[in-house]
Design a protein around this ligand. Structure first.
Ligand code: ADP
Ligand code: MG
Length: 651
């Protein structure tokens, strides 16, 4: 005798209940041949459904053996059990277990999706099946728009789409009126005649009479097993519904992934508000990160441009150890002798000291506060400034402590009327009368539109007459053209070290300033971006939260999917894709929002532009995908690890 199709040997199923256990099946042995129609009857609670679930590989026996076509199932991995469910079994449940958000045709084609059947093929075959089941005009209806009998026929179509060699019907007429029940039985008999193996659970003796073999159960045991009428036929399988053939491996994977995307999209659009709220966290996070980085880069570029406009071959020597050294004000070692020594160096084009103070200017009845800087005659050359009118003061005027000043255009405009030429006029710097000898050209100030008043006076006059200090605040050197800036900086340092005996000064060139500024703004941007990233993480936790809720809410759906053959990896993929899709969408909206902010931003702030780099946007998108994967993983894994029987039982 050939191997039976299904064979149970001493199968026991024990449910743990509190501290004791409950034997739902007690050493059940049973063989079912291919092409049989078997009715399992018995009172409620006798273990019929438990037996069905084990037969359909939804549940495992606690003890005993279950062989399908001679193949032991107890040590099959869950993937292979899913495969058995997908290709060999078709479930019909008492309460249909259709997905309420899918149409009849979409419900029927689910097993074919997991089998990797191409979309058009499975759509056509689902439609064909529904047509043959008398639902040709109902294919686009949702379960809620169908009668009980019609819904049950949709679930028959679903059971048949991948072939449905063995149909497991657990009280298929239980929820139907008697007329629909009769039709259902007629349908099952017809399938039986076409060669399907039918296993039917019922507690109605009249319905059981349709079967050739009736197995009676009580308290988890088979108490009788009677065959009557014709003996089981071994019909050739050719008359059964054609099994849909899937495409190549890559094609299958692609189809399944597309399908997962479609399902995820569908699930998201079913809960629009919730999806939007979930996304909000990601939107805000991505917008914050992209905007902060854009602002940081904008500011950096602006500062670099400003520094470059100050000239690149200028080196400034200042007292102290570096920027912000609070002891530098106590260091008084930059003196006129240093200036003379620097002036004699071959690599020095020109050099100027500077010492500044704020003074009250007065001309006739007009007074104004100005920044007065003591400088050498070379100052204007060092700084690359040109005079609009008059001349700069001469070296000899510096030596003579002459009371002459060069003023900038702001000061000229402030103190003098348009018709009056400032040249030769005497203004008061504090209490010192000085003659105006020159006016500088209006300069596009790099640091915003400067309204400050600037007045330059020979440094000796500033030291001797105005401020009364015998040291400089700084010395600025313009390096001769063609001489290496860095080398000049080293030479200056060596020279002044020799003169001072220690390094109580520091040099800064536009190069070093650039480097420092770059470093500082990058650090700042990174810091603020890090804070913005926290909001992204919070958004990610929000996604995880909602996904966990979603898994709980859709446990029943997951159960159905598993019962019709979804692998654990399919379920995992579906939820992961959903999480990633939410995050990606949120990320894209965030990027768009950032661009919108970038458009509005210049209306309020003119000094800095937001600079969006492709790099920042790509990393934002990558970031949101990663967040989706990281925070979607736990919920997706929870979903995939659900026990199909438990999930199905949940409502
Ligand atoms: P039937 O389908 O014949 O009505 P079931 O197979 O559903 O019966 O259940 C058989 C027995 O097992 C019942 O007494 C039921 O209470 C028990 N049972 C079923 N599922 C579980 C479970 N998950 N945990 C504990 N007991 C269960
Ligand atoms: Mg039952």
């Amino acid at each position: 005798m050939s191997t039976p199709l299904l064979e149970l040997v001493n199968v026991t199923r024990i449910y743990p209940t509190g501290d004791s256990e409950f034997r739902a099946l007690d050493r059940v042995s049973l063989t079912i041949e291919s092409g049989e129609m078997v009715a399992i009857v018995g009172p409620s609670g006798s273990g019929k459904s438990t037996l069905m679930n084990i037969l359909g590989c939804l549940d495992h026996p606690s003890a005993g053996e279950y062989r399908i076509a001679g193949r032991e199932t107890s040590d099959l991995p869950s993937e292979e059990l899913a495969e058995l469910r997908r290709y060999h079994f078709g479930f019909i449940f008492q309460r249909y277990h259709l997905m309420s958000h899918l149409s009849a045709v979409q419900n029927s084609e689910i097993p074919a999706i997991y089998a990797g059947v191409n979309k058009n093929r499975r759509r056509a075959s689902a439609q064909d099946l529904l047509m043959r089941l008398g639902l040709g005009d109902r294919t686009e209806h949702r379960p809620g728009q169908l009668s009980g009998g019609q819904q049950q026929r949709v679930s028959v179509a679903r059971a048949l789409i991948n072939g449905g060699e063995v149909i497991l019907a657990d009280e298929p007429t239980g929820a139907l009126d008697s007329q629909s029940g009769k039709e259902m039985m007629a349908l099952l008999k017809e399938l039986h005649e076409h060669g399907h193996t039918i296993i039917l659970v019922t507690h109605d003796a009249g319905i059981a009479a349709h079967a050739e073999r009736i197995i009676e159960m009580s308290d988890g045991q088979i108490i009788s097993d009677k065959s009557h009428g014709t003996m089981p036929r071994r019909t050739s399988h050719s008359s059964r519904c054609e099994t849909l053939v899937a495409g190549g491996h890559i094609q299958q994977l692609w189809d399944r992934t597309c399908e997962a995307f479609r399902m995820a999209w569908f699930a998201m659009s079913c809960h629009r508000l919730r999806t939007l709220l979930t996304m909000l966290g990601i939107i805000i996070g991505i917008t914050a990160v992209v905007c902060v980085v854009a602002l940081g880069q904008g500011a950096q570029q602006k500062i670099i441009a400003d520094i470059n406009s100050m000239g690149t071959n200028v080196i400034t020597v200042s007292p102290g150890k570096g920027w912000g050294d609070w002891r530098s004000s106590a260091i008084h070692t930059l003196v006129p002798a240093d200036l003379d020594a620097l002036k004699r160096q071959s690599y020095v084009d020109s050099v100027t000291p500077s010492l500044s103070s704020s003074q009250l200017l007065r001309y006739r009845s007009i007074t104004a506060s100005a920044s007065v800087t003591g400088v050498s005659a070379d100052y204007f050359r060092v700084r690359g400034m040109t005079l609009a009118q008059g001349t700069r003061f001469s070296d000899s005027e510096v030596r003579q402590l002459a009371q002459v000043v060069v003023i900038d255009d702001n000061t000229a405009a402030k103190l003098f009327s348009d018709s009056e030429s400032p040249l030769g006029k005497v203004i008061l710097l504090g209490s010192i009368p000085c003659r105006v000898v020159g006016i500088t050209e209006k300069k596009e100030s790099p640091f915003g539109n400067n309204q400050n008043l600037n007045v330059w006076i020979p440094y000796a006059s500033a030291m001797g007459r105005l401020i009364g200090q015998n040291y400089f605040d700084a010395i600025t050197v313009r390096v001769a053209d063609g001489f290496d800036n860095e080398l000049a900086e080293t030479r200056i340092t060596q020279l002044l070290m020799r003169r001072h005996g220690s390094q109580d000064f520091y040099t800064s060139s536009s190069d070093t300033i650039l480097k420092t500024v770059n470093k500082t703004t990058s650090t700042m941007t990174l810091l603020v971006a890090a804070i913005a990233v926290i909001s992204l993480v919070v958004g990610g936790i929000g996604v995880m939260n909602i996904m966990l809720v979603s898994v709980t809410e859709r446990t029943h759906e997951i159960g159905i999917r598993m019962a019709v053959g979804a692998r654990q990896s399919d379920i995992m993929q579906q939820f992961l894709i959903e999480a990633v899709l939410v995050c990606l969408l949120g990320g894209s909206v965030g990027v768009l929002l950032s661009y919108a902010i970038g458009l509005v931003f210049p209306l309020f702030v003119s000094s800095i532009q937001m600079h969006f780099s492709l790099w920042a946007i790509l990393s934002a998108v990558l970031c949101s995908t990663l967040i989706g994967i990281v925070f979607g993983f736990l919920p997706a894994r929870n979903a995939a690890r659900l026990d199909p029987v438990v999930a199905l039982a949940r409502d």
